[in-house]
Design a protein around this ligand. Structure first.
Ligand SMILES: Cc1ncc(C[n+]2csc(CCOP(=O)(O)OP(=O)(O)O)c2C)c(N)n1
Ligand SMILES: [Mg+2]
Length: 751
């Protein structure tokens, strides 16, 4: 708990006989301090409301009514030791952990010096790295899975403390052409700290317990017996929706009571002493390693949901007055008086001190400077490590010539992805791999007794890794995509490097909230306070003959549209190896798209390029040089376009320059521009549906920036604007085929 000084004179009202009495283990001093924090919290809300009405701040979200449970949690847990994922009503908790009122006002005014986000986030979106308060967002419930990952990360480091060390410079670094020498390893920017008995706190409202991610998190916590305290702050409403409409039977405690391994508490959260007792028991249960805890705190919401809401529209006066009887601030004040811990004079003095402190903090915050408009792009990506830099450029190893002198057999994309994962896992103990079916065999004894060979992924790309690196590092996840990405995000916040798998791109959508609203924006919204450079490997694409609607999707532009996320889409084995290694060693989150059709294709096989081979992001490859027409593509369209280009050259002498982008964000504009300046004609080809696809952006840029160079309109070839059908005749008609590419190239060359 924070150590804001309480004037010892205030306690003078203490009635001598009870001086040493403890209240569920709390001293009278601690209770005075608790009241001070609760009162401060309430008065910050009141101040902010005033400032909002005066248009000096732009938003307000109150923690009113939740102060009792908040300070109790702050008393039971340790700032900078335990980890915190508090939701927006946890003002009192944050104060108890050591956040200053001034910091809160800085967030309100959107100041450059706001330590939580530098003016990027609304107030009450907490983020204080040194206190271990992890950056919070607005979507209800997306913090919960991350808290699970955070706890898993802490436990991993406790079990594998060597993984926390920052390694000596890798040898390739000496050849780095730019970037600090040896920089091409994210670990140099990820200092890890952990405690063997740490606890992760996560809170949410009663309404939020209806979100699927809450249930995924409860399941994961129970399965892993993780030291996580779930605190449901039940104020009976989610904006205007009452609990009986939200929660079947009206009691979240009853609904979750069947989860194994949990310690359960249900408490009056307006009573800080009872709440502390509940939290103390929950914390001890977690610290001792028995499993997670669930604290269901009944609180009140004396103000409307937010300043945009008027609760009188849906709550009658009588109900609101009933709540007011339980107001935690007045209740605690009465308690202090009744117990003789403070007398009226003491209360008045304490409140006066708080008012003076807040006045000074507001005055100062109102003078704070806003952030500079030029700062807006800062921290979209890592400021330390640019994956497009030549620090990530290494040469492929020269393949060994077999004794018989024959050329070594080319490795498939699947082979080299597996080899890269294996090499990187050997090199970096922080890498963990999980997802659906990625383990060899969850029932480890079958493997040990050699009863089974092991699965290693539905496409077998992780085959053998669990066997080699153990269950802690390669394991199956429950079938829940949001949980896979959310947990990975929490782990990476702690310094792990999760390389997770989404089994099919078609099923990435449950994870979309985690990717769009969390993973990609965490660094930016926390003003570089937190980062989560994970790799999400995803099997993508069609041309499968029978893959149909739900095993053939593309949709990469949905993700390239997200700032903060790197998107890679290789077309051949060697690129897959080099780009995957860059993805793993870099300091940004990466969506690594692996085309299923290319996994074992004979096109693009290559020799193993060695354990340090990397390709910088955003560097395209000219697959076929030419002078008459530029074709820009990637993924499974590359071999199809190559076939078409070769035919066009054979039949008509047209020389197509075929560019494989390889990486979609960042992408290689320079190579495109140089080529179009030479050929004066551009065709963009992609497997996804035509309209609003990735190629639309490339085509628009060429039309905009290279208008003077063009002798023909910029054309696109892509899938029809429908879903991919099962019947192969339909699939062929839907996806772009070599002949479609041939005709489009021919027409454009003749234009
Ligand atoms: C995913 C998502 N859906 C909707 C919202 C809009 N919203 C913000 S708060 C809220 C109600 C939350 O209620 P509860 O979880 O009970 O917390 P309380 O505000 O009552 O403390 C809603 C619907 C949101 N922020 N995120
Ligand atoms: Mg609520």
């Amino acid at each position: 708990m924070a150590t804001t000084k309480t004037d010892p004179k205030l306690a003078l009202a203490a009635n001598g006989g009870k001086k040493n009495k403890l209240y569920e283990g709390l001293t009278r001093e601690q209770l005075i301090q608790a009241y001070r924090l609760m009162y401060t919290s309430r008065r910050i809300d009141d101040r902010e409301i005033l400032l909002k009405r005066q248009q000096k701040i732009y938003f307000q979200m109150s923690g009113a009514g939740h102060e009792g449970i908040g300070v109790a949690a702050g008393l039971a847990l340790k700032a900078g030791y335990d980890w915190f994922y508090p939701y927006y009503r946890d003002r009192a908790l944050c104060l108890a952990l050591g956040v200053k009122p001034y910091d809160m006002f800085l967030q309100g005014v959107g100041a450059a010096d706001d330590p939580s986000s530098g003016g990027r986030q609304m107030p009450s979106h907490w983020s204080y790295p040194s206190l271990h308060i992890v950056t919070q967002s607005s979507p209800t419930g997306s913090q919960i899975l991350q808290a699970i990952g955070c706890a898993e990360g802490g436990r991993y480091f406790a079990r594998h403390p060597k993984a926390a060390e920052i390694p000596a410079l890798p040898p390739f670094a000496q050849n780095a052409k730019d970037g600090p020498p040896g920089a091409a390893d994210y670990r140099q920017f990820k200092k890890v700290s952990f405690q063997n008995d740490e606890v992760t706190y996560v809170s949410l409202g009663d309404g939020t317990s209806s979100e699927g991610e809450f249930w995924e998190a409860m399941n994961a916590a129970a399965l892993g017996k993780l030291p996580v305290i779930f605190c449901v702050e039940d104020n009976g409403y989610a904006i205007s929706v009452p609990v009986e409409v939200q929660t079947a039977g009206g009691s979240i405690s009853r609904l979750v009571s069947g989860f194994p391994n949990f310690h359960f508490e249900e408490v009056d959260g307006t009573d800080p002493v009872a709440s502390y007792a509940a939290f103390d028991r929950a914390t001890r249960y977690c610290r001792e390693g028995h499993g997670p805890a669930f604290v269901h705190a009944h609180v009140i919401r004396p103000y409307s949901h937010s300043l945009s809401d008027d609760e009188r529209l849906y709550r009658p006066d009588a109900e609101r007055e009933r709540d007011a009887q339980r107001d935690p601030v007045t209740r605690t004040q009465m308690f202090l008086l009744r117990e003789g811990i403070l007398d009226e004079k003491g209360i008045n003095q304490l409140e006066k001190e708080v008012e003076a402190e807040l006045q000074a903090a507001v005055d100062l915050a109102l003078e704070a400077l806003p952030p500079a408009p030029e700062s807006i792009t800062k921290f979209v990506y890592s400021p330390d490590l640019d994956p497009a830099s030549s620090a990530f450029e290494t040469q492929a190893a020269v393949p060994e010539v077999p004794a018989d002198g024959k050329k070594p057999a080319g490795k498939t994309m699947a082979d080299l992805i597996t080899a890269t994962l294996r090499d990187e896992m050997k090199r970096d103990d922080r890498i963990v791999i999980f997802g659906e079916d990625v383990a060899d065999c969850s029932r480890e004894e079958y493997l040990k007794r050699k009863l089974v060979k092991g699965k290693g992924g539905v496409f077998k790309l992780t085959f053998g890794l669990q066997n080699e690196f153990g269950n802690d590092r390669v394991f199956n996840a429950p079938l829940a995509e949001a949980a896979i990405v959310g947990r990975a995000t929490g782990m990476a916040t702690r310094g792990l490097k999760p390389v997770v798998e989404i089994q099919f791109f078609d099923y990435i959508w449950p994870a979309m909230m985690q990717i769009r609203d969390e993973l990609s924006v965490i660094r930016w919204r926390s003003n570089n306070g937190f980062s989560c450079p994970i790799v999400i490997r995803v099997a993508i694409g069609g041309y499968l003959t029978g893959g149909a609607i739900y095993h053939s999707q593309c949709g990469e532009s949905v993700f390239t549209h997200i700032p903060g996320l790197r998107v890679v889409f290789p077309s051949n084995s060697q690129d897959a190896a080099g780009l995957l290694r860059t993805a793993i060693r870099c300091d940004d989150p990466v969506l690594f798209l692996e085309h299923k059709r290319l996994y074992r294709e004979s096109f693009g096989r290559a020799a193993y390029p060695g354990p340090d081979y990397m390709i910088p992001f955003g560097k395209a490859k000219i697959v076929h040089p030419g002078t008459d027409l530029t074709v820009i593509t990637y993924g499974a369209v590359v071999p199809r376009a190559l076939q078409a280009a070769q035919k066009l050259e054979r039949e008509q002498g047209v020389k197509v320059e075929l560019i494989d982008l390889r990486c979609l964000n960042p992408f290689d504009w320079d190579t495109i521009a140089a080529s179009v300046a030479k050929t004066n004609r551009a065709l963009v080809a992609y497997e996804d549906t035509l309209s609003w696809g990735y190629g639309a952006e490339i085509a628009a840029r060429i039309a905009d920036l290279l208008f003077d160079k063009l002798d023909a309109p910029v054309r696109r070839v892509a899938a029809k604007d429908v879903f991919v059908a099962y019947q192969p005749i339909l699939e062929d008609a839907i996806l772009p085929q070599p002949n479609d590419l041939f005709l489009a190239m021919k027409e454009l060359a003749e234009y």
